[in-house]
Design a protein around this ligand. Structure first.
Ligand SMILES: Nc1ncnc2c1ncn2[C@@H]1O[C@H](COP(=O)(O)OP(=O)(O)OP(=O)(O)O)[C@@H](O)[C@H]1O
Length: 359
């Protein structure tokens, strides 16, 4: 049974629809991430599940029971916020104990759970400090310990890492993932950071303008985007205009055989920068070959990025561990290959074109 089922959820603020008919099934123990640009409705969805606001339509069902009529404090949900939301006048231990006291647990049990939660987030020994004496990362650990101490059915996290610097973000996201796995707690995580979503999630729900664009594992979202929006929002994707006609694909002045690929019409040809091949690089198999020129090379140590002008438009190629010859290519003509088994086609309405038969 799904731990959390959302059916037909819709929400407007005044006349503006911010959630459109959302359906989700989240499995027990799953780390499920809502990913999308600012304003797409992620926080609204999370806060509606938590009970801080009410939907206009739809149902929220936890372990088979409708919870959407219950007030927030009766929903058995732990929540971690972007701005930590720790109580400044309470010590670390008192912060973590807050939800347990509200539930009137016995004193011994509270002490045991506080100690256990602080150990889990690696804050043992800090119990008597005030939040102001702690770093941002440590304050967010308090928030996490407080949410986990009540042993909620669902853990909701709203951009918990966005106020931390890059190094700390990576460290804490690994900790969050480890703790979540260890406890097997069903988690919904909100972020607009696609790398973070890829790194921590069992499944990602890509949202745009109040709609679900695609739900899938990080691998599926990155490698098999079903919608143009998901392809462009997660990672870098090159798009070139193309034309499908009778088993052939036309890109620029090139035509390649492309059997079994949907109905004729204008398409967008999408390919990741790491899949674009430059002349001299290994790689066999059918490909679209384009003549181009290297506009710019950005050397980043373990890889280099090439901005390429082609007859069909500008694209970026990424080359791992580049040789010196490859770095000194700025301004030079180059032959570019787009392997057919790495390209994704989108129709003009933004849906992927199934290439199963062509591969
Ligand atoms: N209380 C409110 N009253 C009116 N409009 C609101 C309210 N809260 C949010 N909105 C609007 O609803 C839309 C969705 O907001 P929401 O905060 O859910 O998006 P988000 O995806 O979480 O964005 P962000 O990543 O910036 O937090 C936005 O256009 C926002 O301006």
């Amino acid at each position: 049974m799904a731990d959390l089922k959302i059916q037909g959820l819709a929400k407007s603020y005044r006349d503006v629809r911010v959630l459109e008919n959302i359906d989700l099934d989240i499995a027990s123990g799953e780390f499920f991430t809502l990913l999308g640009p600012s304003g797409c409705g992620k926080t609204t969805l999370l806060r509606t599940i938590a009970g801080f606001q009410h939907q206009d339509w739809g149902e929220i069902i936890v372990k088979g029971e409708r919870i959407d009529h219950k007030p927030a404090h009766k929903r058995d949900i732990g929540m971690v916020f972007q701005d930590y939301a720790v109580f400044p006048h309470l010590t670390v231990a008192e912060n973590v104990a807050f939800g347990l006291k509200a539930r009137a647990l016995p004193k011994g049990e509270i002490e045991a759970r506080v100690a256990e939660s602080l150990k889990m987030v690696r804050l043992e020994g800090y119990q008597d400090r005030l939040p102001a004496e702690m770093s941002g990362g440590q304050q967010q650990r308090i928030g996490l310990a407080r949410a986990m101490a009540i042993r909620p059915t669902l853990l909701l996290m709203d951009e918990p890492l966005s106020n931390l610097d890059a190094k700390l973000r990576i460290e804490l996201r690994e900790d969050i993932r480890d703790i979540q796995r260890r406890l097997g707690i069903t988690t919904i995580y909100v972020t607009h950071d696609q790398e973070e979503a890829l790194a921590v999630s069992d499944r990602i729900c890509v949202m745009n303008k109040g709609n679900v664009e695609q739900i899938g594992t990080p691998f599926e979202i990155y490698r098999k985007p079903q919608r143009r929006f998901a392809a462009s929002f997660v990672g870098t994707m090159n798009f070139l205009p193309g034309l499908l006609e009778g088993g052939r694909l036309v890109v620029g002045r090139q035509t390649v055989a492309f059997p079994g690929a949907g109905s004729p019409g204008i398409v967008e040809v999408a390919i990741r920068p790491e899949n674009v091949l430059l002349a001299g690089m290994a790689g066999s198999g059918p490909a679209i070959s384009l003549a181009g020129e290297v506009r710019k090379v950005t050397f980043l140590g373990r890889e280099a990025h090439y901005t390429l002008k082609t007859e069909a438009g500008e694209i970026v190629a990424q080359v791992a561990d580049p040789e010196r010859d490859f770095i000194e290519m700025e301004g030079r003509p180059v032959e570019i290959r787009l392997p057919l088994d790495k390209i994704v086609l989108f129709s003009s309405n933004g849906d992927v074109i199934d290439l199963g038969a062509a591969r």
